[in-house]
Design a protein around this ligand. Sequence first.
Ligand code: C2E
Ligand code: CA
Ligand code: CA
Length: 238
Amino acid sequence: GYLTLYYQPKLTAKGLLLKGVEALARWHDPVKGTISPAQFIAVAERHGLIDVLTRHLLEIALQQKQQWQRRGVSFNLAFNLSPLSLADPALVDWIAKLTAQYGIAPGEITLEVTENALLGELASSIQTLARLRLKGFGIAIDDYGSGFANAQQLSRVPATELKIDRALVHNVATRPQQRTILQNTVEMAHQLQLVTVAEGVEHREDFDLLRQLNVELIQGYFLAKPMPADKLMQSPRL
Ligand code: C2E
Ligand code: CA
Ligand code: CA
């Protein structure tokens, strides 16, 4: 019962409308305080516990989404999948089954997978993603720009969204070379019909530039930090 999810808003760059939230795992230990997912997800992956953990977290997320739905608020919910889970042949069916069980349309859920997950076991991962996409789920390529995927590899992924990594976003307003890379990334994403999301936006100058470069969605401390579900409901943007 110590595991929970926080939710971080993804807002439109133009208009600041709440388009979706990303669910981010938190472990609240009574003694150690809050433990970051960067610490416990990797441990779960190493010890064969990631599938159990993912199922547990997805259930929390869908339960929450159902509650929001019942209150009449609707926005997309993004959920992180471990690259290891993409190799699990049972994954697609249990995600689809659980989503249906909570009365949620697959189009309201986006599954995020990191760019690097798509480099290794490429064929089987892409097959899993294609099956999820066929069922109507959104697919986001996460942390784009932190790894080494090229445009051709990217074009084979049945994605709907490209999340540009904080490394490309942070301080972009003051770094001309970084700006060029970011601008090209956004153009490429749009040519591939992908919605762009800038991650880790902390400064107004970066935010202004991203809006100018036609990045659709903004996620970062500048606009909103990850927060518990009840706090999100108090948001003036709902
Ligand atoms: P991620 O998927 O790239 O999530 C974004 C991370 O950036 C989150 O860290 C978020 O709190 C942080 N962030 C958001 N805005 C800003 C900003 O403006 N500045 C900075 N410096 N950071 C910002 P968090 O919550 O610690 O999660 C870390 C990573 O752990 C996630 O990176 C994701 O890869 C993984 N993770 C989190 N929850 C889950 C989960 O439920 N399942 C799996 N498999 N992985 C998860
Ligand atoms: Ca993510
Ligand atoms: Ca990310």
